[in-house]
Structure formats: structure tokens, C-alpha cells
Design a protein around this ligand. Sequence first.
Ligand code: ADP
Length: 159
Amino acid sequence: MRRALCPGSFDPVTNGHLDIIGRAAALYDEVVVAVFVNQSKSSMFTVDERREMLQDETRHYGNVAIDTFEGLVVDYCRAHEIPVIVKGLRAVSDFDYELQMAQMNRGLAGIDTLFMPTNPEYSFLASSLVKEIAKWGGDVSSLVPPDVFTRLKERTSAG
Ligand code: ADP
């Protein structure tokens, strides 16, 4: 069985993430989407909320599993016998950092990384930007799934 990992913060999941997850799901038998638990980074949604949103938005694929992890991505890969990480590339600016990480991960653990160019429609899209726009009442309905949009509205109007 060919398995791949899509790691990230997913705070919250965007249409850009889902584009990559969906395309990876078409290439691999199983895709594990792992939500990175980073205690020091302040987030808008809890890990459970992020996991729940991902579960709702990927259920229809049938071969996407959602999990959470703390620590090194390569340790997660090794523990779960996943040989490859799939990453979306938005722009050249992503490349420097991603290349460094991919080479480090291969050096550390022999885990390969495959880069998938984002759909140009989403090349400017990042969770941080979506949160910033939503905080100020901007319309992000075309950038995230409808249920995520509702949650963002609830969270930003409550805060
Ligand atoms: P961000 O906060 O920048 O959205 P995440 O850590 O949640 O970042 O993203 C996890 C991974 O998802 C990224 O490393 C990247 O591979 C992919 N990704 C994020 N946004 C996009 C996008 N708009 N298009 C394609 N891939 C993306």
C-alpha cells in the first residue's frame, strides 16, 4: 500500500490545502493528514477543532485519514511507516525553506518529499492571511469551505 503524509498546522484548513490533499489522495492509496501540535504557536482553533474541520472536508475521498502529531515529522513517518511527505508549493518563496527541510528530512531519516505546485488560484493563500482578513471582517468565503467560513465568522465575531 502506498501511503503519503501531508503535515501542517491547518489553522484552519483552506481550499489551498484541500487542493493538495485531494490531488495526493488520487495518487496514493492512503493519505494521512497530520495536524502539527505546536504549543508555542498561538492558534485560532484548537487541535481538535482543526482535526474536526479536516475530517469533515476530506471524508468524501474515502482514503484520507486525519491525525495529530508533536515532534519531528520524520519520527511520525517512521512510526507509521509512511515513506513520503507531500508538500504544496505556492511560490518561489516557499521553495527555499521547503527544499532545506526536504533535504534535512531525507538526510535524517531517508524520508522523501514530493512537491506539488499549487493551483494558481491558491498561490497567495495561507491560513494566516485568511485569519487576518476574517478578523477585520473581510470576505474569505472563496478561500475556505463553507463550514470553515462559518466557524471563522463565529470565532472572529466572538473574539
Ligand atoms: P499555512 O499556515 O501557510 O497555510 P500550513 O502549515 O497549515 O501553512 O500548511 C501546511 C502545508 O500545506 C504547507 O507546507 C504547504 O505544503 C501546503 N499549503 C498551504 N497553503 C497552500 C496553498 N495555498 N496551496 C498549496 N499548498 C498549500
